[in-house]
Design a protein around this ligand. Structure first.
Ligand code: ZN
Length: 459
């Protein structure tokens, strides 16, 4: 009897030993991602996220897709200091995400000597024959997308970035700043006289310039450039022929999905940052919501394609956005005036264009009334026209009049701004899918590279 039990035990033990490596292998296979989608909200700190969350739930009566991802997937706090600064800009931040190494300001995926390129995750996946994509509402030659496919000593060398992105052969390129693809005689900024749109077409790219053209574009390589400068803010987009970030994301995934060996794509909400630099709360919130819609498109794709690591994060916080409490009428905490945010019709950037170079207090009052339905007092309008806050805070680089405008609008919108520049605020990082198990606790943005690399089993 004892003997039989012992034999049974031995058999069970042998089976367990036999199956151990198998189950280990199964777990590994499960961890391997075929595709990686990383979405970066440029300038999307906790308050930008929080403002969009409040607006979405209370005005639009729906939760953010980002909340869903946070709840279903993994979440961590994220810090982002660089080799040479506590506060980063987008080039160093994106470079750190793309290469896993600490970067210096303004350089794009270059070692500290400014000369030695550091290999990016996109270069690694390209060697493995994965398809690649870069999508943004800012310029496609701007720092965040550029850091994945280009190496330049200074991010302002956007002519070289455009050239490098096409030489790299990035399958999907969508965004703004067409000017860096066109020679000066064709309205562009290229000093070398080259027309990269024509060159791209010859190299097999479909070139699209509007939302309609994007929709109609066939499968295959695509270069979608929808504005000579940055694409429009979401708040201004209805008056243009530009696609939304969600539409670009949908098209990008439809094209990249065709790749049998998988794909890597970086999708950026590039103008959250620009709106925040201008202390423009309504535009910041709308662009964060547009980014959230793109996250939703990616999440729907992942449901059907579970071998996809999905990562959502930010590169840095912009302008010290704060959701303050008090209104003009009450000493009680009330928080953001959602109606006032909802009523805003155009971005501060367009408003500044409308009031021109040296606006009078009357002109400022008129533009604010017509664009936001807010009646500034004479004193408030004068504070903006005198640009008082800029005088008090000259080291905080400044879009003329807009930091002062953001300041006088505080009791109307109940949104405050610490600066017009980036801050070192910690950020969120969340993700789902194979390899996302490593997202937890407090992480540094260089570790995002490690998570993506491990998920794709890159050496
Ligand atoms: Zn910025």
């Amino acid at each position: 009897m004892k003997n039989r039990l012992f034999r049974r035990f031995i058999l069970l033990f042998a089976a367990a030993v036999l199956f151990l490596p198998l189950s280990g292998l199964a777990a590994q296979t499960q961890l391997q991602a075929k595709n990686v989608i990383i979405l970066i909200g440029d300038g999307m700190g906790p308050s930008q996220f929080g403002a969009a969350w409040i607006y979405s739930n209370r005005v639009l009566k729906k939760d953010l897709r980002m909340s869903e991802l946070m709840n279903k997937g993994r979440t961590s706090y994220l810090v982002n200091d660089t080799a040479d600064s506590i506060v980063t800009e987008s080039a160093a931040a994106a470079g750190q995400i793309a290469t896993g190494q600490r970067m210096t300001a303004r350089a794009l995926s270059m070692a500290a000597d400014g000369k030695t390129p550091v290999k990016t995750i996109m270069e690694m996946v390209k060697e493995k024959k994965l398809a690649t994509g870069l999508v943004t509402t800012s310029g496609i030659t701007d720092a965040t997308p550029a850091a994945f496919a280009a190496h330049v000593a200074h991010r302002s060398d956007e002519e070289s970035v455009a050239d490098q992105e096409l030489k790299f052969g990035v399958d999907v390129l969508m965004g703004g700043r067409k000017q860096f693809f066109l020679p000066e005689n064709a309205g562009g900024k290229r000093k070398d006289g080259r027309n990269l749109l024509e060159e791209a077409q010859k190299a097999g790219y479909t070139v699209a310039g509007t939302a309609e053209e994007l929709k109609a574009a066939p499968a295959g390589k695509i270069l979608g450039l929808f504005n000579m400068g940055n694409m429009s803010y979401e708040i201004d987009r209805a008056a243009t022929a530009e696609p939304s970030l969600a539409e670009m994301t949908g098209k990008a995934l439809k094209i990249l999905f065709k790749s049998k060996s998988g794909f890597f794509v970086m999708i950026e909400g590039g103008r959250i940052d620009h709106a925040a630099h201008r202390n423009d709360a309504p535009a910041t919130i709308r662009d964060t919501l547009a980014f959230d819609e793109a996250v939703g498109v990616a999440m729907d794709f992942v449901k059907k394609n579970p071998a996809t690591l999905l990562i959502v994060t930010a590169d840095h916080e912009t302008a010290g956005m704060s959701l303050i409490g008090h209104s003009k009428e009450s000493k009680e905490y009330v928080g953001m005036d959602l109606k006032a945010i909802e009523k805003a019709k155009v971005s501060f950037e367009l408003m500044a264009g409308m009031w021109g170079k040296k606006p009078t207090p009357e002109k400022i009052k008129e533009i604010v009334k017509q664009s936001m339905d807010i009646d500034l007092t004479d004193d408030e309008a004068r504070t903006v026209a005198d640009d008082t806050i800029k005088k008090l805070d000259p080291y905080n680089y400044n879009y003329d009049y807009l930091h002062s405008l953001g300041f006088v609008l505080r009791p109307y919108l109940r949104v405050g701004w610490g600066s017009q520049t980036h801050t070192a605020s910690p950020l969120f990082l969340f993700g789902s899918g194979p390899g996302s198990q490593k997202i937890h606790g407090l992480m540094h943005n260089t570790e995002i590279f490690t998570v993506m690399k491990a998920a794709l089993r890159l050496k």
